[in-house]
Design a protein around this ligand. Structure first.
Ligand code: URA
Length: 423
């Protein structure tokens, strides 16, 4: 097999054979196919697409590049959730212990933030002592004892994806539906979960800005899951404005703990419960109401045990950034738009995110919102508070907020976007 003929096939809008896919994914993982050759192929896939059969085979080849985990020995059914990423998306933090408190085991292999979207592991690492890296045996032990574990995916899981995702990130080839779907689903299928709920974000702060694209991505992933024996459901959810009132690491942990304590912002609670109900149903547990587990403290108990099992102190004060800057409303009226992408960029520039994989993040940095679209705001009153340890970043963050919001005169009609757009 030679890589140039594989690239030419896709460049000329042809269909790759199973043998071509198996070979090119394996040869790339072993280093026989060079980065520049794989990036040409990824661009040809982005431009010319893949058939359902090609996507299935590509996913199989990525799974076969590494190990598969097996949770079949656990006494409970398993269900996992994956979000395609957004701003203020802290849902995994309350969701995993909540679903575990209802009797389903949640093996949540999570990632770090890159660019304007935050990462679950970065958020949890703001809890003093908490450790993201677990061996497969440690992960199984926490899952068996407590029912929920949130940790980094081991290097053995879909190594082809690790290499390819890093390459796509620097070659403008992330936004290809066949490549996103196979990337996400290869890791989830290799992880061995029995059921999977996908939270496919749509809006300015998401990968998919457009509803039709988000729908196609969701359908592609649901089909891949079904074809691989994983009961898979997708919700399309709004990411035109940040979720909740915080975007940043420790700020989002604080808000997640508020939700587990029975409070927290209404949109975070609504989405957490909607996803929990889907996970419980996909795992075959339809007799539990997750709202009870929030109200009676059992989800909080699982959270505390889960954090402690990974070295974290659930009672330790969370880090607070050294400096704050308040952005005030320039006029009085109805806040009709607060853009997720712009707030995400501001949080990133304040130090909550990274531009290169190896960069550290600031635990306390980020943005805190004092109003959400639909709220009445008053001229001169706080709209957002920016947090950072490095105040020279404020000016750069403020630039990204210059056209981040619209305020309409009082009495202007406002129709809120539903959180769950479709299922
Ligand atoms: N997340 C992934 O894991 N892979 C992608 O391709 C995009 C988002």
């Amino acid at each position: 097999m030679d890589v140039i003929s594989v690239i030419r096939t896709k460049r000329d809008k042809g269909e790759l054979s199973d043998a071509q896919i198996d070979w090119v994914v394996d040869a790339y993982t072993r280093g026989e196919v060079a980065d520049e050759q794989m990036s040409a192929l990824a661009m040809a896939i982005l431009l010319n697409g893949m058939t359902a059969g090609e996507i299935n085979r590509w996913t199989d080849a990525m799974i076969a590049s590494g190990e598969r985990m097996d949770f079949s020995g656990l006494p409970r059914p398993t269900a996992d959730k994956h979000s395609t990423g957004g701003v203020g998306d802290k849902i995994t933090l309350p969701l995993a212990p909540l679903v575990a408190a209802c009797g389903v085991a949640v093996p949540q292999l999570s990632g770090r933030g890159l660019g304007h979207t935050g990462g679950t592991l970065d958020k949890l690492e703001s809890i003093p002592g908490w450790r993201a890296q677990l061996s497969n045996d440690e992960m199984l032990a926490v899952l068996g004892d407590i029912g929920a574990v949130i940790c980094a995916a081991g290097d053995g899981l879909a190594p082809a994806d690790k290499k390819l995702y890093a390459l796509r990130d620097v070659t403008g080839t992330v936004e290809a539906i066949p490549l996103i779907a196979s990337s996400i689903m290869s890791k989830k299928i290799a992880e061995g979960t029995g059921a999977l709920v996908l939270d496919v974000k749509v809006g300015t702060g998401a990968f998919m800005k457009d509803l039709a694209d988000a729908r196609e991505l969701a359908r592609t992933m649901v089909r891949l899951g079904g074809d691989h024996g994983v009961r898979t459901v997708a919700l399309l959810t709004d990411m035109s404005t940040p979720l909740g009132l915080t975007a940043g690491n420790a700020l989002e942990v604080r808000e997640s703990v508020e939700v587990l304590a029975g409070g927290g912002p209404a949109d975070v609670v609504e989405l957490t419960l909607a996803l929990a109900r889907e996970m419980l149903a996909a795992a075959g547990m339809t007799d539990r109401d997750p709202a009870d587990a929030l109200a009676n403290g059992s989800a909080m108990d699982v959270w505390r045990r889960m954090i402690a099992a990974q070295g974290g102190d659930p009672d330790a004060p969370l880090p607070v950034a050294r400096e704050q800057h308040v952005v005030t409303a320039p006029s009085t009226g109805i806040l009709t738009r607060l853009d997720a992408y712009d707030v995400g960029i501001a949080a990133w520039r304040l130090g909550a995110g990274r531009s290169r994989k190896e960069e550290p993040v600031q635990a306390g940095a980020g943005a805190e919102l004092h109003a959400k679209p639909g709220d009445l705001v008053t001229a001169g009153r706080p709209l957002l508070t920016l947090h950072t340890d490095t105040p020279e970043r404020f000016a750069y963050a403020l630039e990204s907020l210059e056209s981040a919001f619209d305020i309409a005169p009082e009495g202007t009609a406002f129709t809120p976007t539903p959180i769950v757009v479709d299922r």
